[in-house]
Design a binder for this molecule. Structure first.
Ligand code: RAM
Length: 338
């Protein structure tokens, strides 16, 4: 008799627990996380706000995270926390191509969908990558711009983000390939400096470049933090017309330097759209609509239809589109947009 009562109580407790868990599940929204390189970068904030818009308009909850410093170690800690929070997906702007692989694999083993956006992690660490623009085109275009600004000859330098950033490193590889063309025989790339996407470090690195290379003609900064820092230094030192800057910049941060001639022109894509497209790619993979293989199609809200394609690193990617060029003719119109 006692045994029967005990058995009944156990069954009742189990049923109650199951119903409670189901209730919690039903009430809780699916959570999708985005992890950027580091805090304090307005570009990253725009990318994350686009991700949040895309997630929220699909009825889910967005978790936006970034470490203080742009290192892989700091991102690994965040991913570990997200795994224990049991989020549905994680989209990362990687601070390193390979170093995140073990933790991304742990996330996958826990049933979490993993993607990268803006700065790729290696193919083993992601289902697909959201690429803002064609990497070869970015690299080659920036060298052509520097050649134009230098008047065909002289010293140029690159001011990058961190030395491990996979997006910047890929663009720099393409810059170096473009420089192999004999038409650049009178152009010397004297240094690749790293401002780590930190404003003060980027300012200090720009100042060091100007001190070390007094004849420097152009600084290419393929990072929004670097190019804005370089714009400030050139302007503060009144070097407009002597040293030019170009690269990838946010119109809102660069308008002043485009208007004063420090930066004749520069390029970028819409960072809000990179985040928004990532939100739709993440939910398409997480829901099983697509797996992230070449040829997969999905719709990305206001941006329309996208197809997953082959990436140059052997994995797959979703390409947002060509970058825009910003110059004195259109900067006033764009500086309020992003
Ligand atoms: C910085 C970041 C980001 C890059 C842009 C162009 O904000 O390094 O990853 O895509 O610049």
């Amino acid at each position: 008799m006692k045994k029967r009562v005990l058995l009944m109580s156990i069954i009742i407790v189990m049923i109650a627990a199951t119903l409670f868990a189901a209730g919690v599940q039903e009430g809780a929204k699916e959570r999708h996380a985005f992890v950027f390189k580091n805090t304090g970068n307005p570009y990253g904030e725009k990318q994350m706000s686009g991700f949040e818009d895309g997630i929220v308009e699909q009825g889910f909850e967005a978790i936006l995270r970034a470490p203080d410093l742009p290192t892989a170690e700091a991102q690994i800690q965040i991913i570990e926390q997200l795994i224990s929070q049991n989020v549905t997906s994680i989209t990362i702007t990687g601070n390193d191509f390979d170093a995140l692989e073990p933790v991304m694999k742990n996330a996958m083993a826990a049933g979490i969908t993993v993607l990268s956006a803006d700065s790729a992690v290696n193919p083993a660490s992601r289902k697909t990558h959201i690429n803002q623009a064609d990497s070869e085109m970015i690299g080659r275009t920036l060298i052509r711009a520097a050649f134009d600004m230098a008047g065909g000859s002289g010293q140029i330098a690159i001011l990058s983000a961190t030395s491990q950033a996979s997006n910047q490193n890929l663009w720099i590889e393409w810059m170096k390939k473009e420089l192999e063309d004999p038409k650049y025989k009178n152009i010397q790339l004297v240094r690749v400096a790293y401002g780590d996407d930190l404003r003060d470090k980027s300012v200090a690195e720009t100042e060091a470049l100007l001190r070390t290379y007094p004849n420097l003609k152009v600084i290419i900064a393929p990072t929004t933090v670097g190019i804005a820092a370089a714009g400030k230094v050139i302007t503060d030192k009144n070097l407009q017309g002597k040293v030019f800057i170009t690269g990838l910049g946010l119109p809102s941060e660069m308008a002043e330097y485009i208007e004063n001639g420090a930066c004749p022109y520069m390029f970028l894509w819409n960072p809000i759209d990179v985040g928004y497209l990532s939100a739709y790619a993440a939910t398409a993979v997480a829901s099983g609509k697509i797996t992230g293989k070449v040829g997969d199609k999905f719709s990305a809200g206001r941006l329309g239809e996208f197809v997953v394609t082959q990436a140059s690193d052997g994995g797959t990617e979703v390409l947002l589109g060509p970058p825009f060029r910003f110059d004195p003719s259109n900067i006033a119109e764009w500086k309020t947009v992003y």
